[in-house]
Design a binder for this molecule. Structure first.
Ligand code: PEP
Ligand code: MN
Length: 349
């Protein structure tokens, strides 16, 4: 349930409500101060009498049961959009934040060259996989720690923050020492031990949708991270399995406005994995922005035909520049911006 406080109520009233909730074993209070109202979420197994008790407290406007199984992720608990700052990017606001780079980190030169190219085109975060989930055990599975080091080096050279995937709970600490944003891949969306582990961090986490994950289960997965105390969760639609075989997955564009309606969490789109074909990436990227995506995750490679993973869906530098031009145009048409604010594109030093 949520406790809606009266507009302009005293700080002490809010504290009393929090204390009343937290004196019950197993219950926690979650405070959300919006522009319009302050809401205290009651997290845990509640009981009917609690509603009456809370309604009697000073400063309380009303007590409303939360209708959804996920709570911290819901709009009911937090009305205003969550905004996260990473480097020059504010994710969850008016800016369309583009994270781009190779599917896999292959060597130092490849990742640095790509970082420089995507930065020049307007990307604000560098992506690159060091621990790769692959359908076949014989495919390239990533450089591991060496890959993380190359990403850190590229960040040093370019100033771009880095996003990379973490596949196991045991690796969370290690990956978090290198990454600015941790990615949970589609295959791990319901790896609850891993979700608990990243819930202990105080760093942004991008949680991808699984191949067959309904919105509610996806939001419940995000709830694991939020319930651990990590409020920096970004959702990413990356396509789901359907009967269609022409495309690798079916990018569910409706998920973007649906998630924005149900949740305050930022939502991005990954048209690279969402389509599996490079020539479909730009059209779906602009469509995702038009649908309200807060950001994009795009695979870019200096030579897609030689990529060790996902070459077919990777953009050349030139095609990425064209994509950014279209993304900027659509963002502007909708009163939004794409790419870093003007002052942060000036050369450093
Ligand atoms: C990736 O981003 O390279 C990746 C493996 O994505 P997904 O988990 O969406 O398949
Ligand atoms: Mn990939």
């Amino acid at each position: 349930m949520i406790v809606v406080m009266q507009k302009g109520c005293a700080e002490q009233d809010v504290n009393n409500v929090v204390a009343h909730i937290e004196k019950r074993p197993g219950l926690k209070a979650h405070l959300s101060r919006g522009e319009e109202r302050t809401v205290v979420g009651v997290i845990g197994q509640t009981f009917p009498e609690l509603k009456d008790e809370l309604e009697l407290l000073e400063g309380v406007s009303e007590v409303v049961p939360i209708s959804k199984p996920y709570k911290l992720a819901s709009r009911e608990v937090q009305v205003d959009d969550t905004r996260l700052q990473v480097g020059s990017a504010v994710i969850g606001g008016n800016q369309v934040v583009v994270m781009a780079g190779p599917c896999s980190v292959e060597n130092e030169k490849q990742v640095l060259e790509t970082a420089l190219a995507v930065k020049a085109a307007g990307a604000q975060v560098l992506r690159g996989g060091a621990f790769k989930p692959r359908s076949s055990p014989y495919s390239f599975r990533g450089l591991g720690v060496q890959g993380l080091r190359f990403l850190a080096k590229a960040r040093e050279e370019t100033g771009l923050p880095v996003i990379t995937e973490v596949m196991t709970a045991e690796d969370v600490e290690l990956v978090a020492t290198y990454a600015d944003i941790l990615q949970i891949g589609a295959r791990n969306v319901q790896n609850f031990i891993l979700l608990d582990a990243v819930g202990k961090l105080r760093k942004p986490v991008v949680l991808k949708r699984g191949f067959a994950t309904p919105y509610e289960e996806w939001l419940l997965a995000s709830e694991y991270i939020l319930a651990g105390g990590n409020r920096q969760v970004i959702l990413c639609e990356r396509g789901i399995r359907t009967f269609e075989t022409y495309t690798r997955n079916t990018l569910d564009l409706a998920s973007i406005p649906v998630i924005r309606r149900l949740s305050h969490l930022p939502i991005m789109a990954d048209p690279s994995h969402g389509t599996g074909k490079w020539h479909l990436v730009a059209p779906l990227a602009v469509a995702a922005v038009a649908a309200g995506a807060h950001g994009l995750l795009i695979e870019v490679h200096p030579n897609p035909d030689q990529a060790l993973s996902d070459g077919a869906q990777s953009l050349t530098f030139d095609n990425f520049r064209k994509l950014m031009d279209n993304v900027r145009a659509v963002a502007q048409a909708l009163g939004r911006t794409a790419g870093p604010p003007a002052e942060s594109i000036r050369p450093r030093g």
